[in-house]
Design a protein around this ligand. Sequence first.
Ligand SMILES: NC(=O)C1=CN([C@@H]2O[C@H](COP(=O)(O)OP(=O)(O)OC[C@H]3O[C@@H](n4cnc5c(N)ncnc54)[C@H](O)[C@@H]3O)[C@@H](O)[C@H]2O)C=CC1
Ligand SMILES: O=C(O)C1=N[C@H](C(=O)O)C[C@H](O)C1
Length: 234
Amino acid sequence: MNIALLGYGRMGQTIEQIAIKRGHNIVLKVDKDDTDYDITKADVAIDFSIPNVAFNNISNCLNNNIPVISGTTGWLDNYDNAVALCEEKKGAFIYASNFSLGVNIFFELNKTLAKMMSTLEQYNVSMEEIHHTKKLDAPSGTAITLAEGIINNNPHYDGWMLDDKADKKLPIVAKRIEDVPGTHTVTYQSEVDTITIDHVAHNRQGFALGAVIASEWIVGKTGVFTMNDVLNIG
Ligand SMILES: NC(=O)C1=CN([C@@H]2O[C@H](COP(=O)(O)OP(=O)(O)OC[C@H]3O[C@@H](n4cnc5c(N)ncnc54)[C@H](O)[C@@H]3O)[C@@H](O)[C@H]2O)C=CC1
Ligand SMILES: O=C(O)C1=N[C@H](C(=O)O)C[C@H](O)C1
């Protein structure tokens, strides 16, 4: 498969290594100063760039009929526009806040736990995410997906709040510590005990492998998909 990398930073470079190991060709590497490139030489594009350019990168792929995978976080104000464009162009598109197989299992575990805890009013839920100091957005996309998994399954919460507390809002604390690839912890606390579930990424290989698997899966398909479709879970 011929792959275009849109964003050649930490994730773009890790994806390149894994894609080559799986027998693919990287035919295009696009980074911040590359404006004039031909996306049509790729079978699929993988966008891991920065929040304010992701939608533009995705639109360019959809306008040229190239299936596109995006892992960039912090651009979701435009997610519905990407879906509409994909439908209009009969293209193929997947966004995931986290492509790692382990985190996608963790997302399902989080929803199941949220359902189980929803009748136990003595527990308060909170979340912590820890990432490296170069991260541009907070809270992380993964933390937002986890929060949505709780809010949609527990009527005591109707939203989330970063570094603050308010009635019915799930509090999220975002910490930035050098070199941490990504740690997410969900905590249920009562006066008598604490339940926690967490996911700790040891490096970026898991995110990259999931993105390559998603790009292998999407070629030849039409529609807007999620990692649950790719992994057949949920
Ligand atoms: N969904 C997932 O599984 C994961 C998502 N991420 C997200 O992916 C994004 C990238 O993460 P990293 O690679 O760690 O960041 P990074 O900062 O190392 O790489 C981003 C790259 O995008 C480049 N860029 C800037 N403007 C561009 C443009 N117009 N077109 C193409 N590239 C451009 C930057 O120069 C940089 O090299 C972030 O939003 C991060 O939150 C990161 C890891 C996993
Ligand atoms: O910026 C990162 O590094 C990561 N970003 C994603 C997020 O915002 O959830 C996924 C992963 O946690 C690493």
